[in-house]
Design a protein around this ligand. Sequence first.
Ligand SMILES: [Zn+2]
Length: 98
Amino acid sequence: MYAFPAENAASDPARNYEIAPKEIVGLMREFRERKLEFLGIYHSHPKGKNEPSPRDIQLAYYSEAAYVIVTPRPHAEKPVRAFAIRDGRANELEIQIV
Ligand SMILES: [Zn+2]
């Protein structure tokens, strides 16, 4: 499994995240060329809980993706959480480390 960093192109990157469409198109092309399966998108919530914000839900365009949200807060119960976001609703996914 690989993780590809993307630039946060949001106008207020301290509060929101957004990947520029041009960068997404380039990443999707690279996945196809390297025969990689697109699993999901990760970002962090440096200060708040790591659950999807209303904006995260609004901007979740990939219904098949896992939206992974990380928190660096100490003592977080789950520092890494993943969600399926479809039709305006977020459902937490189970993460298994194998
Ligand atoms: Zn978020």
